[in-house]
Design a protein around this ligand. Structure first.
Ligand code: MN
Length: 233
């Protein structure tokens, strides 16, 4: 995700010398805006696409203020450090569990979590798991309905801000609740589905009724083919 600046410092000095020689060149102090290392992907649908389960107002704030803020903070915290050359995934793994990089982890984790989050709601997918994912859910949970109930239970028991995840680890499916920005990636697992249970994800639409929000997401928003495509080959 890192984009190198178009001119090295040395290149700049050379341009400056050219300017002194009377050639057209940017002035030394007009350094071009540098590309950000970590770029928030576009929302893959209009902000009304998740209604009525999630309102356009919530999507607008969640994507445009919260998610964008994590990217902005991450860029600020990593600029001019070796971390700016890494991918977002590498920053999450590298900063996890490192006390001096807690702020980096919090913002990198949340930047990554929400990319997973928005993408899995792309409209138009099947309304229930199919193929290998359906088989794995049947084996681990006894069917789609008990699976949804178990994931809703995991979401309900996350204390405070966090996430409920369906993840793939050691050849099978697992449900895990995590606090704050923590995620399966940081623990070497594969995230298949992430339900955001921070209050910003549901409070405008559901007030304190987290369970109602989670049920609406599971019943009407998840694109199960996006989830299935995250299964390791
Ligand atoms: Mn969120």
């Amino acid at each position: 995700m890192s984009v190198s600046t178009p001119l090295s410092r040395r290149g700049f000095l050379a341009s400056g010398t050219a300017a002194l020689a009377g050639l057209a060149a940017p002035a030394l102090w007009s350094r071009p805006a540098r590309a950000e290392s970590f770029v928030q992907p576009p929302l893959p649908y209009p902000d009304t696409a998740l209604e009525p389960a999630i309102s356009a107002r919530t999507v607008g704030l969640h994507y445009g203020a919260h998610h964008a803020g994590y990217f902005r903070n991450l860029n600020r915290l990593t600029v001019d450090t070796p971390l700016e050359a890494l991918t977002l995934e590498e920053v999450v793994v590298r900063s996890s569990g490192v006390p001096s990089l807690q702020g980096v982890f919090d913002n990198a984790g949340q930047a990554w979590n929400h990319v997973i989050y928005w993408d899995q709601f792309r409209p138009g997918g099947p309304s229930a798991p199919e193929g290998r994912l359906a088989t794995a859910i049947e084996e681990s949970f006894g069917g789609f309905e008990p699976f949804k109930a178990a994931l809703a239970g995991t979401a309900a028991t996350v204390f405070g801000s966090g996430w409920a995840w369906l993840e793939w680890h050691a050849g099978s499916l697992h449900l895990t609740g995590t606090r704050n920005a923590d995620n399966p990636l940081a623990r070497g697992r594969t995230a298949l589905l992430g339900i955001d249970v921070w209050e910003h994800a549901y409070y405008l639409d559901y007030e304190n009724r987290r369970g109602e929000h989670v049920s609406a997401v599971l019943e009407s928003l998840v694109n199960w083919s996006v989830v299935a495509d995250r299964l390791p080959a």
